[in-house]
Design a binder for this molecule. Sequence first.
Ligand code: AGP
Length: 611
Amino acid sequence: MCGIVGYIGDQRAEPILIDGLKKLEYRGYDSAGVAFIDDGAFHVVRAKGKLSCLIDKLKNMGSHSTIGIGHTRWATHGKPDEINAHPHHSRDVVLVHNGIIENYNTLKSEMIKKGHKIISETDTEVICHLIQDHLDQDMPFLKALISSLKKLNGAYSLVILNRNNPDHIYLARKGSPLVVGLGEGGNFVASDIPALLAHTRDVTFVEDNEIAVVSRERALFYNLSGDPVNKEIKKITWTASQAEKGGYKHFMLKEIMEQPRVLADTLLGRVDLEGLSVNLGEAGALLETMVREPEFRLKIVACGTSWHAGLVGKYWIEDLAKVLVGVELSSEFRYRQPLVTPKTLVVAISQSGETADTLAAIRESKRLGARVLSICNVVESSIPRESDATIYTHAGPEIGVASTKAFTTQMAVLYMLAIKLALEKNLLSDHEASQKIQALIEMPKLIEKTLGDLKPIMRMTERLRNKKHCYYIGRGIEYPIVLEGALKLKEISYIHAEGFAGGELKHGPIALIEEKVPVIAVVLKGQLYDKMVSNILEVKSRGAMVLALVNAEDKDIQSHFDEILHIPYADPDLNPFLTIIPLQLLAYYVAVDRGTDVDQPRNLAKSVTVE
Ligand code: AGP
């Protein structure tokens, strides 16, 4: 997610802005910029790459202004280069933006038709010209701002300067965090608390559908009807390190908790209940051209957690779109003379977009004439750059080595891809498509609910204390989920953890079951419920301690379980979005209990850029 800072006071703004942006570097970014009002003119300096590049530029182009804004950009629309870096400006308006404007294409065409020159690929620049367009109709600034905000669909936090008014910074928020720091001799603005702590701990949060006008002396808040809103000043007690993690102890927990919001961001602008459509941009066009080929098939290549997402995607795509899907580990695929042809669409899934094995796999695929679609979280990273099309997951930077929010957003993209293919092949009626799209839109709320129940997680954490082995069992679409749950536990707690298909136990793994060995079972209502219950009774009769994830009341059966965690009932297709949540949380709390380095576990890197 991008970083925002702003300052107005009696000191030079430049060093304050740069220091604030440095405090937000941990969030990940690929370009940065600042803007000031200098004697009635905008002074905008931007640079691709790290803050040091911006600082170098400022050495010759600095400003003595006491009002300014700054931004570190995590690219979502448009390449990570200087022209797309924030701040963006029109004649009288300069601003920085976090969030995604869903209808920016429509607004962009409108502004261009009215003669506005828009030079970047970003949704942000359109906002400048939209406000400018209202100002050009002689509207007072606040009214121009409010009228513009009412035309924006999507999420935004905006920090704005008006060239004709160097005594105020304007703020607007809908869905993306924004906070005002109230200081001595000046006031501060940021997307995140760490940027403020060096100056003040007295803050006021901008809420959704509010605007604010910040002067050297005070901050005034209004709703979108222009009515004043009274706000409470809060005292921040976090340390700087806690603040970087949003108050959470580790990035991993912060990223687990972010999943409802980032999943909603992944869906934004892509699923439309009215139009019953799935809009995947350039990737959609590629799918539309290929899906009609008689031997069209998919080959998913990925590693680790991304490979598990691919396994889940296979169930959906084959079930809904009747397209044959192979899922391969990139490290295997790249060395085995794979069978891909120009009729194969290779789907590379990668959070980092830099995984060497997956990059090699797509190069081999292209050499063999296949088209490549990547599902990635980092804009313009190596894998998207070498793909024919990319669908970005919009999960924001994932700092913890153990992948969590990337996994759920990868699954969301794969589910949308399955619906898109099924619609293209007329295999889904309007009613079925509407039901599936609605169920997907409901997921962030149900994940929120699942995140709220930590008591059973704490009980299960106790149960796993001092255990050396832990087994996970699941069937059907929950099989890849138990593989992912086992990977989470092993990679951060260092417990030996393995996932098995329930039906596979009798083919060997059940030999591992002995007294008190923990078995985590995902046993959900549906056609495989009875079979999972008998698997559980098999391991129970051999002394296993059973920790079960369930989504129904079944008192007699559940009397055999040692711990039970209930997840909300949902469309069976979409259970993976819910069952993975407790497994992520369990891995996290067990690792904390063991005192391992949760965010940077031993021997692991966040991005495996070597073989
Ligand atoms: C997952 O928790 C691990 N960090 C690891 O398996 C990771 O998923 C794998 O290295 C693939 O990374 P990528 O998604 O960036 O390609």
